[in-house]
Design a binder for this molecule. Structure first.
Ligand SMILES: CC(C)(COP(=O)(O)OP(=O)(O)OC[C@H]1O[C@@H](n2cnc3c(N)ncnc32)[C@H](O)[C@@H]1OP(=O)(O)O)[C@@H](O)C(=O)NCCC(=O)NCCS
Length: 162
């Protein structure tokens, strides 16, 4: 299986916040933003794996500033780290005031996707071809996050499944 570059699967989407996306105070629902993030990040995972993928985990998610009705939301996603069957996708969310053009970073998050076969069993995916020092740095940081994620998963399974 041939390795793929980060650029092969990088994705970006713009959305306009409409009334149905907002709460009674005119701000975007957190859950709606997470839905958009998962949607775009899964496109990145699909493009890398070219297999069925499922969301395995969502790391800590902090919303740094509210996103208001009528704002543009830009969601940029790319792969930072891969293992045999998993992909860590970084998701950067930025908002833009349509009237002033002012931009603000709202959140950065890491979602992990697992590639599976039709029976839901994890399957091998292409490796990541790192092309820049920045991609190498992100890969190494992803490896560190992956270790703590797997520790947390093990702990969760022991607690929930006894
Ligand atoms: C994710 C899932 C396929 C893993 O199945 P599993 O039988 O536990 O898989 P395994 O223990 O064989 O692990 C397979 C790989 O997935 C990784 N993994 C397993 N569960 C994971 C999780 N929740 N988050 C991140 N990585 C996970 C393992 O580290 C392993 O990676 P590797 O092959 O690169 O070394 C399975 O738990 C599942 O289908 N979960 C539901 C997914 C879903 O429906 N998501 C939508 C929201 S509900």
């Amino acid at each position: 299986m041939e390795n793929k570059t980060v650029k092969n699967s990088e994705s970006e989407v713009n959305r306009l916040v409409l009334p149905e996306d907002t709460n009674i105070f005119g701000a975007l629902y957190g859950g709606r933003l997470v839905e958009w993030m998962d949607n775009i990040a899964s496109i990145t995972a699909f493009k890398h794996a070219r297999k069925k993928v499922v969301t395995g985990s969502i790391d800590n998610l902090f919303f740094l500033s509210p996103i208001n009705l009528g704002y543009i939301v830009t969601i940029h996603t790319f792969i930072t780290y891969v293992t045999r069957s998993t992909m860590e996708v970084e998701i950067d969310v930025q908002t833009e005031n349509v009237e002033t053009g002012d931009k603000k970073v709202t959140t950065r998050a890491y979602f992990t996707y697992v590639a599976t076969d039709e029976n839901g069993r994890a399957v091998e995916i292409p490796g990541l071809l790192l092309q820049t020092p920045e991609e190498e740095k992100r890969f190494s940081e992803g490896q560190t996050r992956s270790k703590s994620r797997l520790d947390a998963l093990k702990n969760m399974k022991e607690t929930v499944l006894f």
